[in-house]
Design a protein around this ligand. Sequence first.
Ligand SMILES: [Zn+2]
Ligand SMILES: [Zn+2]
Length: 71
Amino acid sequence: MAEFCYQCTEYHFGDGSVNDFKDLSNEKDTKEGLYISALCEGCGITQVDHSGMCIHHTTDCIVAENEKLEK
Ligand SMILES: [Zn+2]
Ligand SMILES: [Zn+2]
Protein backbone atom coordinates (compact mmCIF):
# COMPACT_ATOMS: atom_id res chain seq x y z
CA MET A 1 0.00 0.00 0.00
CA ALA A 2 1.28 3.45 -0.86
CA GLU A 3 1.91 5.75 2.04
CA PHE A 4 2.38 9.50 1.82
CA CYS A 5 3.80 12.18 4.08
CA TYR A 6 1.99 15.41 4.89
CA GLN A 7 3.25 17.30 1.87
CA CYS A 8 2.68 14.49 -0.61
CA THR A 9 -0.80 13.82 0.78
CA GLU A 10 -1.55 17.49 0.34
CA TYR A 11 -0.13 17.43 -3.16
CA HIS A 12 -2.15 14.39 -4.25
CA PHE A 13 -5.32 14.72 -2.21
CA GLY A 14 -5.56 18.36 -1.19
CA ASP A 15 -5.47 17.94 2.60
CA GLY A 16 -2.22 16.98 4.24
CA SER A 17 -3.41 17.02 7.81
CA VAL A 18 -4.63 13.42 7.61
CA ASN A 19 -1.70 11.40 6.38
CA ASP A 20 -0.09 8.00 6.82
CA PHE A 21 2.77 9.12 9.06
CA LYS A 22 0.85 11.34 11.45
CA ASP A 23 1.31 10.63 15.16
CA LEU A 24 4.21 8.21 14.78
CA SER A 25 5.95 10.48 17.26
CA ASN A 26 4.70 13.39 19.35
CA GLU A 27 5.20 17.13 19.50
CA LYS A 28 7.78 16.82 22.24
CA ASP A 29 9.90 14.57 20.04
CA THR A 30 9.72 17.10 17.23
CA LYS A 31 10.81 19.91 19.55
CA GLU A 32 13.75 17.80 20.61
CA GLY A 33 14.66 17.03 17.02
CA LEU A 34 13.67 13.37 17.14
CA TYR A 35 12.13 12.23 13.89
CA ILE A 36 10.77 8.96 12.58
CA SER A 37 12.21 7.28 9.51
CA ALA A 38 9.48 6.67 6.97
CA LEU A 39 9.14 5.44 3.42
CA CYS A 40 6.95 7.89 1.57
CA GLU A 41 5.77 6.99 -1.91
CA GLY A 42 6.72 10.47 -3.09
CA CYS A 43 9.81 11.22 -1.01
CA GLY A 44 11.49 7.85 -0.76
CA ILE A 45 13.13 7.10 2.57
CA THR A 46 12.92 10.23 4.64
CA GLN A 47 12.16 11.42 8.14
CA VAL A 48 8.86 12.79 9.37
CA ASP A 49 7.81 14.80 12.39
CA HIS A 50 4.78 14.19 14.61
CA SER A 51 2.36 15.65 12.08
CA GLY A 52 3.72 13.50 9.28
CA MET A 53 5.67 16.35 7.68
CA CYS A 54 8.64 15.27 5.62
CA ILE A 55 11.42 17.26 7.25
CA HIS A 56 13.66 17.05 4.20
CA HIS A 57 10.99 18.14 1.75
CA THR A 58 12.65 21.34 0.60
CA THR A 59 16.23 20.14 0.88
CA ASP A 60 16.90 16.46 0.67
CA CYS A 61 14.11 14.00 -0.20
CA ILE A 62 13.35 12.71 -3.70
CA VAL A 63 10.79 15.47 -4.24
CA ALA A 64 13.40 18.08 -3.32
CA GLU A 65 16.00 16.44 -5.56
CA ASN A 66 13.60 16.41 -8.49
CA GLU A 67 12.78 20.04 -7.97
CA LYS A 68 16.47 20.88 -7.99
CA LEU A 69 16.82 19.07 -11.32
CA GLU A 70 13.95 21.01 -12.84
CA LYS A 71 15.52 24.32 -11.98
ZN1 LIG B 1 6.36 12.58 0.80
ZN1 LIG C 1 9.60 14.99 1.05
